[in-house]
Design a protein around this ligand. Sequence first.
Ligand SMILES: [Zn+2]
Length: 253
Amino acid sequence: MAFNPSFIGKSFVVSDSDARIRDPNNLAAVTPKVILKGTKVLVTEVKTLPTGSKSRMVFANTTSESGSDVGWTSTRNLQGSFINETLDLLPAGTSVDQKGPNAAWSHGDFLGQVDLVEIVDNGLEIERMTLTTVEPYLMMVEAAKAAGISVAINSGFRSYGEQDLLFRGFKQGLPGFNLAAPPGMSNHQNGIALDIAVSGGAGTPVYNWLAKNATSFGFVRTVSGEPWHWEFDPKKAATAKAQGTCKAAGISN
Ligand SMILES: [Zn+2]
């Protein structure tokens, strides 16, 4: 399955009035040069810099629409802040490590190695989802956008190692750690589960749009009491749709 990052060939408007050009040899450093607000640019390349334990800041190398070099700038300076843009493909490769970075799990069972795609989330952090989930997800985002609804995720795939860390922190009662399932047991280790920013849940415009339309794109609610948790499961979604609901069998409220 071929993969092209979503930003390729797309035009972005510079939306910040102080959109600094970065030093190409040191993206952490701003230069005195700015890209004028309102300028339309194309993004040719993306790089990230770590800004903490989890988050990375995304930078774009830009050109004018006619192709002349403009320079590197933070994607936060671009209209939409790069939310829902896909970055790198993280291929499953040939690893047999069931606890490796591409290993998918569900309910304690190892599912296999999956191709993952990086995508910018609602909080400008980088999440992952399976390659097969990305295309229907972005189609859903576009359809929502046409209806005036912004769909973005807060959370996607978690690797075995990441879940292990969260679980240990929770068990030890470390500050900043919440209730977490043991590694292999989290419903975010399958790569098809997405927490969508529904800001409050049932009844909000985003939720209502999803409740009506998500099953048409193969997404279905799979956890009772979690209106933000959706999974790309075309079979379950089709069944739910035929029954006039957005929830898989047995899922309440
Ligand atoms: Zn979830």
